[in-house]
Design a binder for this molecule. Sequence first.
Ligand SMILES: Cc1cc2nc3c(=O)[nH]c(=O)nc-3n(C[C@H](O)[C@H](O)[C@H](O)COP(=O)(O)OP(=O)(O)OC[C@H]3O[C@@H](n4cnc5c(N)ncnc54)[C@H](O)[C@@H]3O)c2cc1C
Length: 398
Amino acid sequence: MKSCIIIGGGIAGPVAALALSRIGIKCTIYELRDSPATIGGAINLTPNALKLLASLDVQVAGCVVNDIEIFSYHTGSKLADLSFRGPSGHAVRIVREDLLRALLDAVEKADVSIVYGSKLVSINEMEHGEGDVEAVFENGTSAKADFVVGCDGMYSATRMKFVEPERVPIYTDAASAYAIVDGRELKAPVHFRETAVNSGMYGSLLSSFIDEKREKIYLSAAMQAEEQKDKDGWKVRGADHEKTVHEIQRRFGAVAFTCLPELLGRVEEYTYYPVYKLAPGGNWSREKVVLLGDAAHGMPPQGESTGLAIEDAMLFARVLDKFSGRSVEEAFVAYEKTRRPRIDSAYKQAVMRWSRVKDKSWAVQKLEELFTRAWMWYMADEFEKNFAYDIMKEEIVG
Ligand SMILES: Cc1cc2nc3c(=O)[nH]c(=O)nc-3n(C[C@H](O)[C@H](O)[C@H](O)COP(=O)(O)OP(=O)(O)OC[C@H]3O[C@@H](n4cnc5c(N)ncnc54)[C@H](O)[C@@H]3O)c2cc1C
Protein backbone atom coordinates (compact mmCIF):
# COMPACT_ATOMS: atom_id res chain seq x y z
CA MET A 1 0.00 0.00 0.00
CA LYS A 2 1.35 3.45 -0.93
CA SER A 3 1.67 6.05 1.81
CA CYS A 4 1.40 9.80 1.64
CA ILE A 5 2.06 12.79 3.86
CA ILE A 6 -0.42 15.63 3.47
CA ILE A 7 0.81 19.01 4.66
CA GLY A 8 -2.09 21.24 5.77
CA GLY A 9 -5.42 20.44 7.39
CA GLY A 10 -7.31 23.30 5.74
CA ILE A 11 -9.74 22.50 2.92
CA ALA A 12 -7.65 20.78 0.21
CA GLY A 13 -5.81 18.59 2.78
CA PRO A 14 -8.83 16.76 4.26
CA VAL A 15 -10.47 16.41 0.81
CA ALA A 16 -7.25 14.92 -0.59
CA ALA A 17 -7.07 12.53 2.37
CA LEU A 18 -10.65 11.36 1.79
CA ALA A 19 -10.19 10.90 -1.96
CA LEU A 20 -6.80 9.17 -1.66
CA SER A 21 -7.98 6.84 1.13
CA ARG A 22 -10.72 5.65 -1.19
CA ILE A 23 -8.14 4.43 -3.69
CA GLY A 24 -6.18 2.62 -1.00
CA ILE A 25 -3.45 5.16 -0.21
CA LYS A 26 -2.58 5.55 3.46
CA CYS A 27 -2.63 9.25 4.34
CA THR A 28 -1.58 11.23 7.38
CA ILE A 29 -2.32 14.95 7.63
CA TYR A 30 0.15 17.28 9.36
CA GLU A 31 -1.30 20.65 10.38
CA LEU A 32 0.52 23.70 11.65
CA ARG A 33 -2.18 24.78 14.11
CA ASP A 34 -2.75 23.08 17.45
CA SER A 35 -6.43 22.51 16.63
CA PRO A 36 -8.83 23.12 13.71
CA ALA A 37 -8.97 26.80 12.70
CA THR A 38 -11.98 28.68 14.01
CA ILE A 39 -11.28 31.91 12.13
CA GLY A 40 -12.27 32.58 8.54
CA GLY A 41 -15.22 34.18 6.87
CA ALA A 42 -18.04 32.62 4.90
CA ILE A 43 -17.17 30.98 1.63
CA ASN A 44 -19.22 30.17 -1.41
CA LEU A 45 -19.50 26.50 -2.36
CA THR A 46 -20.26 26.23 -6.06
CA PRO A 47 -22.65 23.57 -7.44
CA ASN A 48 -19.57 21.61 -8.61
CA ALA A 49 -18.04 21.67 -5.13
CA LEU A 50 -21.30 20.57 -3.49
CA LYS A 51 -21.58 17.53 -5.77
CA LEU A 52 -18.00 16.49 -5.02
CA LEU A 53 -18.51 16.87 -1.26
CA ALA A 54 -21.71 14.81 -1.46
CA SER A 55 -19.80 12.08 -3.31
CA LEU A 56 -17.40 11.95 -0.35
CA ASP A 57 -20.32 11.81 2.14
CA VAL A 58 -19.45 15.23 3.54
CA GLN A 59 -22.64 16.86 4.85
CA VAL A 60 -22.66 20.65 4.70
CA ALA A 61 -25.22 23.09 6.08
CA GLY A 62 -25.32 26.77 5.23
CA CYS A 63 -27.53 29.16 3.28
CA VAL A 64 -28.71 27.91 -0.11
CA VAL A 65 -27.82 30.53 -2.71
CA ASN A 66 -29.79 30.59 -5.96
CA ASP A 67 -28.13 33.70 -7.30
CA ILE A 68 -25.64 36.36 -6.36
CA GLU A 69 -27.22 39.74 -6.98
CA ILE A 70 -24.94 42.59 -8.00
CA PHE A 71 -26.08 46.09 -7.05
CA SER A 72 -24.76 49.61 -7.38
CA TYR A 73 -24.64 50.85 -3.81
CA HIS A 74 -24.82 54.46 -4.97
CA THR A 75 -28.04 54.23 -6.94
CA GLY A 76 -29.54 51.04 -5.50
CA SER A 77 -30.11 49.65 -8.99
CA LYS A 78 -29.50 46.00 -9.74
CA LEU A 79 -26.67 45.54 -12.24
CA ALA A 80 -26.82 41.78 -12.77
CA ASP A 81 -27.48 38.34 -11.33
CA LEU A 82 -24.97 35.51 -11.21
CA SER A 83 -27.53 32.75 -11.36
CA PHE A 84 -27.32 29.21 -9.98
CA ARG A 85 -30.86 28.50 -11.17
CA GLY A 86 -29.70 26.48 -14.18
CA PRO A 87 -29.58 22.68 -14.37
CA SER A 88 -26.38 22.44 -12.29
CA GLY A 89 -28.24 23.58 -9.17
CA HIS A 90 -27.68 25.99 -6.31
CA ALA A 91 -24.61 27.11 -4.37
CA VAL A 92 -24.24 27.29 -0.58
CA ARG A 93 -22.71 30.07 1.53
CA ILE A 94 -21.10 28.52 4.57
CA VAL A 95 -18.79 29.66 7.36
CA ARG A 96 -15.32 28.22 6.70
CA GLU A 97 -15.16 26.80 10.22
CA ASP A 98 -18.39 24.81 9.63
CA LEU A 99 -17.10 23.41 6.34
CA LEU A 100 -13.85 22.43 8.01
CA ARG A 101 -15.73 20.71 10.83
CA ALA A 102 -17.79 18.71 8.31
CA LEU A 103 -14.62 17.66 6.47
CA LEU A 104 -12.88 16.66 9.69
CA ASP A 105 -15.88 14.53 10.74
CA ALA A 106 -15.62 12.66 7.44
CA VAL A 107 -11.83 12.33 7.84
CA GLU A 108 -12.30 10.83 11.28
CA LYS A 109 -14.80 8.29 9.91
CA ALA A 110 -12.32 7.40 7.16
CA ASP A 111 -9.75 6.67 9.89
CA VAL A 112 -7.20 9.19 8.65
CA SER A 113 -4.90 10.61 11.35
CA ILE A 114 -4.28 14.32 11.74
CA VAL A 115 -1.20 15.43 13.63
CA TYR A 116 -1.74 18.99 14.90
CA GLY A 117 1.02 21.36 15.98
CA SER A 118 3.22 20.18 13.09
CA LYS A 119 4.71 23.06 11.15
CA LEU A 120 6.57 21.84 8.10
CA VAL A 121 10.08 23.32 7.92
CA SER A 122 11.86 21.17 5.33
CA ILE A 123 11.52 18.25 2.95
CA ASN A 124 14.26 15.74 2.11
CA GLU A 125 14.28 13.29 -0.77
CA MET A 126 15.51 9.92 0.54
CA GLU A 127 17.39 7.18 -1.26
CA HIS A 128 15.05 4.70 -2.95
CA GLY A 129 13.38 2.29 -0.59
CA GLU A 130 10.46 2.41 1.75
CA GLY A 131 9.53 5.97 2.58
CA ASP A 132 10.96 7.95 -0.31
CA VAL A 133 10.39 11.45 1.10
CA GLU A 134 10.87 12.89 4.55
CA ALA A 135 8.97 15.84 5.97
CA VAL A 136 10.60 17.61 8.91
CA PHE A 137 8.58 19.64 11.41
CA GLU A 138 9.51 22.55 13.65
CA ASN A 139 8.71 20.54 16.80
CA GLY A 140 11.61 18.21 16.02
CA THR A 141 9.55 15.33 14.64
CA SER A 142 9.67 13.98 11.09
CA ALA A 143 7.72 11.56 8.91
CA LYS A 144 8.46 9.47 5.83
CA ALA A 145 6.20 8.34 3.02
CA ASP A 146 6.15 7.50 -0.69
CA PHE A 147 5.14 11.04 -1.59
CA VAL A 148 4.13 14.41 -0.11
CA VAL A 149 1.07 16.47 -1.01
CA GLY A 150 1.39 20.16 -0.11
CA CYS A 151 -2.06 21.52 0.79
CA ASP A 152 -0.65 24.28 2.96
CA GLY A 153 -2.25 27.29 1.33
CA MET A 154 -1.04 30.56 -0.15
CA TYR A 155 2.03 30.76 2.12
CA SER A 156 2.88 27.09 1.49
CA ALA A 157 6.12 25.90 3.07
CA THR A 158 5.99 22.87 0.76
CA ARG A 159 6.27 25.27 -2.18
CA MET A 160 8.65 27.80 -0.66
CA LYS A 161 10.97 25.27 1.00
CA PHE A 162 11.01 22.67 -1.73
CA VAL A 163 8.98 22.90 -4.92
CA GLU A 164 9.63 26.48 -6.02
CA PRO A 165 11.14 28.76 -3.34
CA GLU A 166 11.08 31.86 -5.53
CA ARG A 167 7.30 31.72 -6.02
CA VAL A 168 6.18 33.89 -3.13
CA PRO A 169 2.78 35.57 -2.56
CA ILE A 170 2.23 38.96 -4.22
CA TYR A 171 0.08 41.64 -2.62
CA THR A 172 -2.94 42.71 -4.72
CA ASP A 173 -3.22 46.25 -3.23
CA ALA A 174 -6.55 45.23 -1.74
CA ALA A 175 -7.79 43.87 1.56
CA SER A 176 -11.04 42.65 2.92
CA ALA A 177 -12.55 43.20 6.34
CA TYR A 178 -15.27 40.81 7.36
CA ALA A 179 -17.67 40.17 10.20
CA ILE A 180 -20.73 38.10 11.02
CA VAL A 181 -23.69 39.93 12.53
CA ASP A 182 -27.13 39.10 13.89
CA GLY A 183 -29.54 39.62 10.99
CA ARG A 184 -32.74 39.34 13.03
CA GLU A 185 -35.20 42.16 13.71
CA LEU A 186 -33.68 44.67 11.34
CA LYS A 187 -35.58 47.92 11.05
CA ALA A 188 -34.63 48.47 7.41
CA PRO A 189 -35.79 46.09 4.66
CA VAL A 190 -33.20 43.63 3.37
CA HIS A 191 -32.71 44.31 -0.36
CA PHE A 192 -31.18 40.95 -1.29
CA ARG A 193 -32.56 37.43 -1.44
CA GLU A 194 -29.53 35.45 -0.30
CA THR A 195 -26.26 37.08 -1.33
CA ALA A 196 -25.51 40.54 -2.70
CA VAL A 197 -22.39 42.21 -3.98
CA ASN A 198 -22.94 45.93 -3.40
CA SER A 199 -20.40 47.64 -5.53
CA GLY A 200 -19.33 51.27 -5.86
CA MET A 201 -16.61 53.89 -6.15
CA TYR A 202 -14.85 52.86 -2.93
CA GLY A 203 -14.94 49.09 -3.16
CA SER A 204 -17.62 46.46 -2.74
CA LEU A 205 -19.51 45.16 0.23
CA LEU A 206 -20.72 41.59 0.14
CA SER A 207 -23.75 40.86 2.29
CA SER A 208 -25.03 37.32 2.62
CA PHE A 209 -27.11 35.07 4.79
CA ILE A 210 -25.03 32.15 5.98
CA ASP A 211 -27.45 29.84 7.74
CA GLU A 212 -30.59 27.91 6.90
CA LYS A 213 -32.69 30.00 9.30
CA ARG A 214 -31.38 33.25 7.75
CA GLU A 215 -30.56 34.70 11.13
CA LYS A 216 -26.89 35.50 10.57
CA ILE A 217 -25.46 37.82 7.95
CA TYR A 218 -21.90 37.84 6.71
CA LEU A 219 -20.47 41.21 5.67
CA SER A 220 -17.22 41.45 3.76
CA ALA A 221 -15.80 44.73 2.49
CA ALA A 222 -13.30 44.55 -0.36
CA MET A 223 -11.28 47.74 -0.65
CA GLN A 224 -8.05 49.29 -1.77
CA ALA A 225 -5.47 49.12 1.04
CA GLU A 226 -1.89 50.20 1.46
CA GLU A 227 0.61 47.36 1.79
CA GLN A 228 2.21 46.80 5.20
CA LYS A 229 5.94 46.10 5.46
CA ASP A 230 5.65 42.62 6.92
CA LYS A 231 3.47 40.15 8.82
CA ASP A 232 3.78 42.20 12.03
CA GLY A 233 2.68 45.30 10.14
CA TRP A 234 -0.47 43.46 8.98
CA LYS A 235 -1.08 42.23 12.54
CA VAL A 236 -0.95 45.78 13.86
CA ARG A 237 -3.19 47.01 11.02
CA GLY A 238 -5.66 44.15 11.60
CA ALA A 239 -5.81 44.84 15.34
CA ASP A 240 -6.69 48.51 14.79
CA HIS A 241 -10.43 48.03 14.97
CA GLU A 242 -11.20 51.76 15.22
CA LYS A 243 -9.34 52.43 11.98
CA THR A 244 -11.25 49.67 10.18
CA VAL A 245 -14.61 50.91 11.47
CA HIS A 246 -13.74 54.44 10.34
CA GLU A 247 -12.52 53.20 6.93
CA ILE A 248 -15.67 51.17 6.32
CA GLN A 249 -17.88 54.02 7.46
CA ARG A 250 -16.12 56.35 5.03
CA ARG A 251 -16.50 53.92 2.14
CA PHE A 252 -19.91 52.37 2.74
CA GLY A 253 -21.65 54.68 5.23
CA ALA A 254 -23.77 56.56 2.69
CA VAL A 255 -25.38 53.91 0.51
CA ALA A 256 -28.72 53.51 -1.21
CA PHE A 257 -29.71 50.54 0.96
CA THR A 258 -30.56 51.44 4.53
CA CYS A 259 -30.07 47.90 5.79
CA LEU A 260 -26.32 48.10 5.09
CA PRO A 261 -25.50 50.92 7.55
CA GLU A 262 -27.78 49.20 10.07
CA LEU A 263 -25.93 45.90 9.63
CA LEU A 264 -22.52 47.63 9.75
CA GLY A 265 -23.62 49.27 13.00
CA ARG A 266 -24.07 45.79 14.49
CA VAL A 267 -20.46 44.70 13.83
CA GLU A 268 -18.57 44.02 17.03
CA GLU A 269 -15.30 42.95 15.49
CA TYR A 270 -13.81 42.90 12.01
CA THR A 271 -11.24 40.42 10.78
CA TYR A 272 -8.83 42.16 8.46
CA TYR A 273 -7.55 40.00 5.58
CA PRO A 274 -4.93 41.34 3.11
CA VAL A 275 -5.47 39.74 -0.28
CA TYR A 276 -2.47 38.04 -1.87
CA LYS A 277 -2.07 35.96 -5.01
CA LEU A 278 0.65 33.86 -6.63
CA ALA A 279 2.10 34.67 -10.03
CA PRO A 280 0.35 32.65 -12.77
CA GLY A 281 1.87 29.40 -13.99
CA GLY A 282 4.63 28.10 -11.75
CA ASN A 283 5.60 24.52 -10.95
CA TRP A 284 3.13 22.31 -9.16
CA SER A 285 5.49 19.45 -8.41
CA ARG A 286 9.11 18.51 -7.95
CA GLU A 287 10.27 14.93 -7.67
CA LYS A 288 7.91 13.19 -5.20
CA VAL A 289 6.23 16.33 -3.91
CA VAL A 290 3.09 17.88 -5.41
CA LEU A 291 1.02 20.98 -4.58
CA LEU A 292 -2.78 21.27 -4.50
CA GLY A 293 -5.19 24.14 -3.81
CA ASP A 294 -3.89 27.60 -2.90
CA ALA A 295 -0.37 26.21 -2.46
CA ALA A 296 -0.27 25.63 -6.23
CA HIS A 297 -2.44 28.42 -7.61
CA GLY A 298 -3.36 30.93 -4.89
CA MET A 299 -5.61 33.57 -6.39
CA PRO A 300 -7.76 36.36 -4.96
CA PRO A 301 -11.02 34.98 -3.52
CA GLN A 302 -13.70 35.02 -6.21
CA GLY A 303 -16.24 32.63 -4.75
CA GLU A 304 -14.67 29.58 -6.34
CA SER A 305 -11.26 29.10 -4.65
CA THR A 306 -12.56 26.48 -2.25
CA GLY A 307 -14.36 24.64 -5.06
CA LEU A 308 -11.17 24.64 -7.10
CA ALA A 309 -9.17 23.19 -4.17
CA ILE A 310 -11.78 20.43 -3.80
CA GLU A 311 -11.65 19.70 -7.55
CA ASP A 312 -7.84 19.54 -7.42
CA ALA A 313 -7.91 16.86 -4.74
CA MET A 314 -10.56 14.79 -6.52
CA LEU A 315 -8.77 14.90 -9.88
CA PHE A 316 -5.44 14.16 -8.24
CA ALA A 317 -6.82 10.95 -6.71
CA ARG A 318 -8.32 9.92 -10.08
CA VAL A 319 -4.96 10.42 -11.82
CA LEU A 320 -3.03 8.47 -9.17
CA ASP A 321 -5.54 5.67 -9.48
CA LYS A 322 -5.16 5.56 -13.25
CA PHE A 323 -1.34 5.63 -12.93
CA SER A 324 -1.21 3.07 -10.11
CA GLY A 325 1.37 0.89 -11.88
CA ARG A 326 3.62 3.83 -12.78
CA SER A 327 5.81 6.31 -10.91
CA VAL A 328 4.23 9.13 -8.91
CA GLU A 329 6.31 11.63 -10.91
CA GLU A 330 4.53 10.50 -14.11
CA ALA A 331 1.18 10.84 -12.36
CA PHE A 332 2.09 14.37 -11.18
CA VAL A 333 2.87 15.44 -14.76
CA ALA A 334 -0.42 14.01 -16.04
CA TYR A 335 -2.33 15.69 -13.22
CA GLU A 336 -0.80 19.07 -13.98
CA LYS A 337 -1.40 18.81 -17.75
CA THR A 338 -5.03 17.87 -17.18
CA ARG A 339 -5.68 20.52 -14.56
CA ARG A 340 -3.91 23.59 -15.99
CA PRO A 341 -6.49 24.92 -18.48
CA ARG A 342 -9.34 25.23 -15.98
CA ILE A 343 -7.10 26.78 -13.34
CA ASP A 344 -5.56 29.27 -15.79
CA SER A 345 -9.00 30.43 -16.84
CA ALA A 346 -10.26 30.79 -13.22
CA TYR A 347 -7.07 32.62 -12.27
CA LYS A 348 -7.47 35.18 -15.08
CA GLN A 349 -11.05 35.93 -14.03
CA ALA A 350 -10.19 36.23 -10.33
CA VAL A 351 -7.31 38.59 -11.00
CA MET A 352 -9.42 40.67 -13.39
CA ARG A 353 -12.20 41.05 -10.79
CA TRP A 354 -9.81 42.06 -8.01
CA SER A 355 -7.89 44.50 -10.21
CA ARG A 356 -11.12 46.53 -10.19
CA VAL A 357 -11.11 46.77 -6.38
CA LYS A 358 -9.69 50.26 -6.24
CA ASP A 359 -10.98 53.73 -5.53
CA LYS A 360 -12.53 55.25 -8.66
CA SER A 361 -13.99 58.46 -9.93
CA TRP A 362 -17.74 58.74 -10.47
CA ALA A 363 -17.28 58.52 -14.28
CA VAL A 364 -15.16 55.37 -14.10
CA GLN A 365 -17.67 53.79 -11.72
CA LYS A 366 -20.50 54.52 -14.19
CA LEU A 367 -18.52 52.88 -16.99
CA GLU A 368 -17.83 49.87 -14.77
CA GLU A 369 -21.51 49.50 -14.05
CA LEU A 370 -22.27 49.43 -17.78
CA PHE A 371 -19.44 46.96 -18.27
CA THR A 372 -20.73 44.71 -15.45
CA ARG A 373 -24.21 44.56 -16.97
CA ALA A 374 -22.83 43.72 -20.43
CA TRP A 375 -20.21 41.26 -19.15
CA MET A 376 -22.61 39.31 -16.95
CA TRP A 377 -25.11 39.06 -19.78
CA TYR A 378 -22.42 38.00 -22.28
CA MET A 379 -20.92 35.42 -19.90
CA ALA A 380 -24.17 33.87 -18.59
CA ASP A 381 -23.83 30.67 -20.67
CA GLU A 382 -20.13 30.42 -19.83
CA PHE A 383 -20.89 30.65 -16.10
CA GLU A 384 -23.53 27.94 -16.39
CA LYS A 385 -21.09 25.70 -18.28
CA ASN A 386 -18.54 26.34 -15.57
CA PHE A 387 -20.95 25.26 -12.81
CA ALA A 388 -21.98 22.15 -14.76
CA TYR A 389 -18.34 21.12 -15.24
CA ASP A 390 -17.60 17.70 -13.74
CA ILE A 391 -13.99 17.03 -12.79
CA MET A 392 -14.81 13.32 -12.45
CA LYS A 393 -15.46 13.22 -16.21
CA GLU A 394 -12.43 15.25 -17.28
CA GLU A 395 -10.29 13.26 -19.69
CA ILE A 396 -6.90 12.62 -18.11
CA VAL A 397 -4.06 13.77 -20.36
CA GLY A 398 -1.08 11.42 -20.62
C1 LIG B 1 -7.60 30.20 8.97
C2 LIG B 1 -7.99 30.48 7.54
C3 LIG B 1 -9.06 31.36 7.28
C4 LIG B 1 -9.44 31.62 5.96
N1 LIG B 1 -10.47 32.48 5.73
C5 LIG B 1 -10.86 32.75 4.47
C6 LIG B 1 -11.93 33.66 4.20
O1 LIG B 1 -12.49 34.25 5.11
N2 LIG B 1 -12.29 33.88 2.92
C7 LIG B 1 -11.67 33.24 1.89
O2 LIG B 1 -12.04 33.45 0.74
N3 LIG B 1 -10.67 32.39 2.09
C8 LIG B 1 -10.24 32.12 3.36
N4 LIG B 1 -9.19 31.26 3.57
C9 LIG B 1 -8.56 30.63 2.41
C10 LIG B 1 -9.43 29.50 1.86
O3 LIG B 1 -9.66 28.55 2.86
C11 LIG B 1 -8.67 28.90 0.69
O4 LIG B 1 -8.50 29.89 -0.31
C12 LIG B 1 -9.35 27.75 -0.03
O5 LIG B 1 -10.29 27.10 0.74
C13 LIG B 1 -8.29 26.75 -0.53
O6 LIG B 1 -7.94 25.89 0.53
P1 LIG B 1 -6.50 25.28 0.79
O7 LIG B 1 -6.72 24.05 1.57
O8 LIG B 1 -5.71 25.24 -0.46
O9 LIG B 1 -5.76 26.36 1.72
P2 LIG B 1 -6.11 26.82 3.20
O10 LIG B 1 -7.54 26.77 3.45
O11 LIG B 1 -5.39 28.11 3.38
O12 LIG B 1 -5.43 25.71 4.14
C14 LIG B 1 -4.03 25.58 4.34
C15 LIG B 1 -3.75 24.83 5.62
O13 LIG B 1 -2.35 24.57 5.71
C16 LIG B 1 -1.88 24.88 7.02
N5 LIG B 1 -0.47 25.21 6.93
C17 LIG B 1 0.09 26.34 6.45
N6 LIG B 1 1.44 26.28 6.53
C18 LIG B 1 1.74 25.07 7.07
C19 LIG B 1 2.97 24.43 7.44
N7 LIG B 1 4.18 25.02 7.27
N8 LIG B 1 2.92 23.18 7.98
C20 LIG B 1 1.72 22.56 8.19
N9 LIG B 1 0.52 23.14 7.87
C21 LIG B 1 0.53 24.38 7.32
C22 LIG B 1 -2.78 26.04 7.43
O14 LIG B 1 -2.80 26.21 8.85
C23 LIG B 1 -4.13 25.62 6.87
O15 LIG B 1 -4.84 24.81 7.75
C24 LIG B 1 -8.75 30.99 4.87
C25 LIG B 1 -7.68 30.12 5.14
C26 LIG B 1 -7.30 29.86 6.45
C27 LIG B 1 -6.13 28.91 6.73
